[in-house]
Unconditional design. Structure first.
Length: 191
């Protein structure tokens, strides 16, 4: 089943965000879930991470639906975000047939896994570092790309989620990060 384009959302969608501890995977999933809930969708968000504070495996999952969600775990994600090579190696092939795998193209070699999924992405870490001066904004740059590629939540809901979940002093930076991620995939003709 193909993933919806920006501005249109499917009735039920499973999303897996993955990377290394310290990359903000769990925050990105929380922002995504919050924005989708504010847009009137039903949402379940779960997370897991390794025992290391930084560098260990990190995974967060979000289910978005227009109907009641009867099972709270992702079984076969239609969208997978990978921000590290180990995350890509472990999770990309588990993406549903016809799904979407979004990667940080500056960090991930994608030729090693065969899958029946669409591949998209941009140099999220490089964009955050060079355009914002903050590598810690990589997660929100990547989230902007995922939102542009899926249409899961309108920009207003996402910006409201940023305002609710982040300290005031970094909201504007993260709104710019969101826009840069969206622009990166739009300019590349991926969305």
């Amino acid at each position: 089943m193909p993933v919806a384009a920006e501005g249109s959302a499917r009735e039920y969608l499973e999303i897996r965000l993955s990377g290394s501890g310290g990359q903000g995977i769990i925050l990105a999933a929380t922002l995504l879930a919050d924005a989708c809930a504010q847009a009137g969708r039903r949402v379940v968000q779960t997370q897991s991470y390794g025992p290391e504070a930084r560098g260990g495996a990190s995974k967060a999952e979000v289910i978005v639906s227009d109907e009641e969600i009867d099972y709270p775990e992702v079984r076969s994600p239609e969208v997978t975000l990978c921000l590290s090579q180990p995350a890509y190696d472990q999770y990309a092939a588990l993406t549903a047939e016809g799904g979407l795998v979004v990667v940080d193209t500056g960090l991930i070699r994608t030729g090693e896994i065969n899958g029946a999924f669409r591949l998209a992405g941009a140099t999220f870490t490089e964009i955050a570092t060079t355009r914002l001066g903050k590598a810690v904004a990589t997660n929100v740059v990547a989230l902007g790309a995922v939102l542009a590629l899926t249409g899961l939540a309108p920009p207003e809901s996402v910006k409201e989620a940023l305002e609710r979940r982040l300290p005031t002093k970094i909201v504007e930076l993260n709104i710019r990060a969101l826009d840069l991620g969206r622009d990166a995939v739009l300019e590349a003709g991926q969305a």
